[in-house]
Design a protein around this ligand. Structure first.
Ligand code: KG4
Ligand code: ZN
Length: 348
């Protein structure tokens, strides 16, 4: 019988994290904030054949490898199931069929071992990656969050409470990278391909900034920028002009990233917050990492920038957020279901 009512919270707990929201099947094990194992099996190569993530292929791939990835992580950490104190798993947002594979595995594990199940919001996981980079990190901090589904600037006031300061009103930054990659004829995944091409180009095309000019000054739009790039490419094609795609990529990258970096640092300065962190797949972008590092340095702000492998989808970040929820005693019933979307200001 799974009953966590009298469960006693342990210090430096061993958390097993599982992530399966998109095309990465991942398992990580942490003890406190120290990573013992960090494994990912990706179906990205197979997805690339179709130019993007096919949900059914993702679900099947997770089913094929979820037990293997957990087994690998246990081996890497040198532990047995009896050593695990709690299981943290992504329950949303993401592809439902994909999420259900990880969630079902995690429920079975928690039930079999009679240990707490912790259902983690994927986005809170991206934000928690910073705790692995700096194991002493404590709120308050400002986070620049940019992934395939979300783009926002958040103020984490306490471990469980984050306030959304601003964000996109339409597409996410990662989504724009993926669509621009497609119009430039680059392979999936789009973000890394655009970055690579941009490295050989210069910012010389005047694309509209992702920052919305009117309003609160913290609203971003990636749909307009994406359309501007598409129109630029189609216009050139119709006129029979050859386009330097490197320059298109470099100019798009600046228009997409510069305002995010600038506004993140401004938020920290305006609110008197000394630390900036970042998370989400787009934060693996080298141009973003460099401009954010430079901007924080010249503003005298401490930057906690997770390793690239902890910006794109991984299970260590899910375990890290699981640990936060574990210490707060936020355990989930075995009836918890997967969710395709979760509001960004979902504080537990
Ligand atoms: O966080 P993530 O792995 O999955 C989601 O939660 O969405 O983010 C994936 C997104 C994709 O849109 C991908 O193109 C983008 O992150 N991305 C990048 C880079 N690496 C991944 N975007 C720009 N530059 C990169 N190097
Ligand atoms: Zn993600």
């Amino acid at each position: 019988m799974y009953d966590m009512n009298n469960y006693k919270i342990k210090h430096d707990a061993v958390i097993l994290g599982i992530e399966s929201s998109c095309d990465e099947t991942a398992c990580a094990i942490i003890k406190g904030r120290k990573i013992l194992a960090d494994c990912v099996i990706s179906s990205a190569e197979e997805q690339a054949l179709y130019g993007g993530v096919v949900p059914e292929i993702a679900s099947r791939a997770h089913t094929d490898v979820v037990d293997e990835v957990v087994y690998r992580a246990m081996n890497e950490a040198g532990i047995t199931p009896q050593d695990v104190d709690a299981v943290a798993v992504t329950y949303g947002a993401g592809l439902l069929g994909a999420l259900l594979v990880g969630l079902s595995f995690a429920k079975s594990f928690a039930h079999a071992m009679n240990i707490p199940l912790i259902a983690v919001d994927h986005i809170r996981g991206h934000m928690a990656a910073a705790y692995l980079e700096d194991t002493e990190l404590k709120p308050p901090f400002i986070t620049l969050l940019a992934s395939g589904g979300h783009t926002a600037i958040l103020h984490t006031k306490s471990v469980l409470k984050a306030e959304v300061l601003g964000g996109t009103c339409d597409d996410a930054a990662g989504e724009a990278f993926d669509k621009v990659a497609r119009v430039l004829g680059l392979p999936y995944p789009g973000g890394p391909s655009v970055q690579k091409l941009a490295e050989g180009g210069v910012n010389c095309i005047d694309f509209p900034s992702a920052l919305v000019k009117h309003g609160d000054g913290l609203t971003f739009s990636y749909s307009g920028l994406k359309t501007a790039v598409i129109n630029y490419m189609h216009g050139a094609e119709q006129r029979g002009q050859t386009v330097k795609k490197e320059n298109v990529a470099a100019s798009f990258q600046c228009a997409a990233i510069d305002p995010l970096v600038k506004k993140t640092v401004e938020c920290a300065l305006n609110l008197g917050v000394q630390t900036v962190t970042a998370g989400g797949g787009v934060v693996a972008n080298d141009y973003l990492r460099k401009t954010l590092s430079d901007a924080c340095l010249s503003a005298g702000i401490t930057l906690v920038l997770p390793e690239k492998k902890h910006c794109t989808d991984n299970a260590a970040m899910i375990a890290a957020e699981g640990l936060n929820q574990y210490y707060a005693g936020n355990f989930s019933p075995l009836s918890v279901n997967a969710k395709a979307s979760i509001p960004l200001n979902n504080n537990k």
